[in-house]
Design a protein around this ligand. Structure first.
Ligand SMILES: Nc1ncnc2c1ncn2[C@@H]1O[C@H](COP(=O)(O)OP(=O)(O)OP(=O)(O)O)[C@@H](O)[C@H]1O
Length: 312
């Protein structure tokens, strides 16, 4: 596989001195779907704008399909499609002309067969002669995607494609993204929705305060999510973990009144039955037992939180 996007140590300092990107490095293989998760103001839009040449980087480098975004701007930009967060369409323009015009902006010869294929892929062909103002919000978002695809880019950025969209439309969008991937387009999307990243991404990146804290295969993250914790609450207070329970790798709560056991839900044997038997054999009396599943959301919150602590 070849990298369609190579970002090295990308930095952005805005004119007011604000550091929005603090050395982000990232490689994306052709055909992947990457979801970038991050809280408000994390730098997601700045990252996309810099790659697309809308914002100028303060340091670092970006190559798209091997082309440097500064030295070979036209070639690099021609490979990218951008679907912005905000709907910025001309209300009185017809759908088909909007897409034709965008294609022309990239210097591509007019090709109505291509435009038709794009409109059909996005279920907009029946609306081709409608004015933009006559479309629903979901259709307008699809027009934005059609525009972004008009010059046949290989890498598509979707900046919060489902922000403020209802559940049904969100699922439609996920299907569109899956279709685009099947047609060979590499996709980078930003989102606040963890379930969105879970549903469609191959890899998930977490950005906070201008730094990429993690980028990992979704399946690896899912493995971590497979971990569950069992908290054994006791009637007595312990000073330490009893030797008879050493093999379970337990952690003792600060107040000495509960033991926590971490296990893999998908393992053949979780070890819970023998743990509880050994707890009883060690003379400990249970007050309660609580289980908890770690989710992608926990991982996300932990990471963002740790980052804030390091900085404090
Ligand atoms: N033109 C600008 N001048 C100064 N600061 C800016 C400018 N544009 C963005 N910022 C700041 O850079 C930081 C990152 O903004 P950015 O829009 O990239 O975040 P984001 O992760 O996309 O957030 P959201 O999820 O809210 O869209 C924010 O603190 C923002 O205020």
């Amino acid at each position: 596989m070849t990298a369609i996007l190579e970002i090295k140590d990308l930095r952005k300092v805005y004119s007011d001195g604000f550091k929005a990107l603090n050395g982000v490095s990232l490689e994306i293989e052709e055909g992947e779907i990457i979801a970038l998760l991050g809280p408000n103001g994390a730098g997601k839009t700045t990252l996309i704008s810099t790659v697309c040449g809308i914002t100028r980087a303060s340091g670092g480098s970006v190559r798209v399909g091997g082309f440097d975004i500064i030295k070979d701007f036209r070639a690099a930009r021609g490979m990218i499609g951008l679907v912005p967060q905000e709907v910025n369409l001309e209300p009185f323009e017809r759908v088909i002309n909007t897409v034709r015009f965008s294609r022309g902006l990239f210097g591509k010869p007019s090709d109505d067969t291509k435009v038709e294929a794009i409109l059909r892929q996005l279920s907009l062909w029946d609306k081709r002669d409608n004015q933009i103002r006559e479309l629903s919000g979901g259709m307008k978002r699809r027009v934005l995607i059609a525009k972004a695809l008009s010059h046949e880019p290989r890498l598509l950025f979707l900046d919060e494609p489902t922000a403020g969209v209802d559940v049904e439309l969100r699922k439609d969008m996920w299907e569109i993204v899956a279709d685009l991937k099947a047609s060979g387009v590499t996709i980078v999307l930003t989102t606040h929705y963890i379930e969105e990243a879970e549903a469609i991404a191959d890899r998930v990146g977490v950005i906070a305060k201008g730094e990429l804290l993690l980028i990992e295969e979704k399946s690896e993250l899912m493995k971590r999510m497979g971990q569950k914790q069992l908290q054994v609450q006791l009637t007595q207070t312990l000073d330490g973990i009893p030797a008879a329970l050493a093999k379970y790798g337990l952690s003792l709560a600060q107040d000495g009144r509960s033991l926590t056991y971490t296990y893999d839900t998908r393992a053949e044997r979780t070890g819970i039955t023998s743990l509880l038997a050994d707890v009883a054999a060690a003379g400990l009396v249970l007050r309660d037992v609580v289980t908890r599943q770690s989710s992608l959301e926990d991982i996300f919150v932990d990471l963002v939180h740790q980052d804030a602590e390091v900085e404090a």
